[in-house]
Design a protein around this ligand. Sequence first.
Ligand code: NAP
Length: 494
Amino acid sequence: MTTPHSAVASIRTELLIDGQWRAAVEGRVFDVENPATGDVLTAVADADPADGDAALAAAVRAQASWARTAPRYRSEILRRAYDLVMSRQDWLAEVMTLEMGKPLAEAKGEVAYAAEFLRWFSEEAVRVSGDHTTTGDGANRIIVTREPVGPCVLITPWNFPLAMGTRKIAPAVAAGCTMVLKPAPQTPLSSLALAGILQEAGLPDGVLNVVNTTDAASVVERWMTSGKARKVSFTGSTGVGKLLLRQAAETVMRSSMELGGNAPFIVCADADVDTAVDGAMAAKMRNMGEACTAANRMYVHRDLAATFAERLAARMAALTVGNGLESDTEVGPLIDSAGRAKVQRLVDDALARGATALTGGRLPEGPGYFYPPTVLADVSAESDLMSTEVFGPVAPVIPFDDEDDVIDRANDTEWGLVGYLFTQDIDRAFDLSERLEVGMVGVNTGLVSNPAAPFGGVKQSGLGREGGRVGIDEFLEYKYLAVPRRQGRSIARS
Ligand code: NAP
């Protein structure tokens, strides 16, 4: 039996079903590892499909009464949860760094970002509005109301273990939906800690059910094809997103998909190079590059390309790589050996096709899944990393000469989550932003994520938006009541 690491010892590690923490039916558990050391932090319950079924049944049972609760009641639960998360920011950050690897300062930033979704949707819960009009012929009232969509399947990835959860849970709570949540098996502890906090904040039994499992395919397929879950909200890879969409088709479930990206980062000839390098550091190095919003292809006008690459390489080379718990660490380990092997394969492919590593590019010795910050110059358009999400601290710099050509190259991908644009000309900024086939554009900034903004992509980067004023819409249905007007005089009768 594993002795839990002291920072995670207070987290319940069972399944949360109908307000009760309980072991998996078969009694199985799986280990959660620290990617910086390979040490086992603790073991959590490993659900099988029968546990998943019980969790969905609890969500279904709770749905009708939860839907009828007052918006202010749901709002205040979220607001209390926000306060609790922020009062435990340091502890939640430590848990996140332990299970996911990101440096403590970034983990604290994610806790605050995650908490903001709780606060934002506590405010949105009481602002859901409908509509009231009259039919054109005056004979009927049209009363439009909003209702919760019903029990939801929420599936989250490991890269932002807390924020990807609150970005779904908070609008679902605000809208009056119940949920089954399946966190990523690499990082279940942040979700379990959050579930405990939501209980403490007063969330009724059965509203949020948490199912950790190493058998996602079986557990989730049962949910998707049950006909009882009415909505799926998924963040993860495009491949799994497509599989879930096929399953959702079976029972015509509402679907929100936050999938992969291949973000272009464009530096125009008139850009301020230092602003662009600052933006590149944010867009590339946040989360060690393990972000769907990470700049994947850096297109820099030929006049600036060498200067930009040199300054970026100097900044990247100066970063301190290490265990995220150490105070001077700026870059933590990647999530696991498969993630790191993928990064190395993409770098080796680019080097073999003529790229030059200005810094990094080689695997370090020793334990942990560390990868050095890497800048590659003169990357060939045929390199695999031009068409693959690298998900690591690797910045390929590609010179361009012509704006029309760079927009064509930027859009030459099946993805369309985010793009970044650096220019000092406001007309160019608007023109190029409009021509980029993406859901979000960072103009002279490398950071777009904000709870008040609609996050999401076009093309194969997803469906729907999370956050902003529209985030709650993903969890609401319209209902229209046709009510005849007693005194109404139709056109025909007048
Ligand atoms: P992933 O393999 O798709 O996993 C994401 C989640 O889906 C995990 O919880 C995973 O659990 C689960 N899953 C895998 N196969 C499943 C199946 N057959 N049925 C149901 N669930 C299944 O993605 P990842 O590699 O962990 O995460 C990185 C990806 O997420 C990247 O592509 C990134 O761009 C994307 N992402 C997108 C956003 C966004 O907002 N657009 C944000 C963050 C990340 P298991 O691991 O147990 O299989």
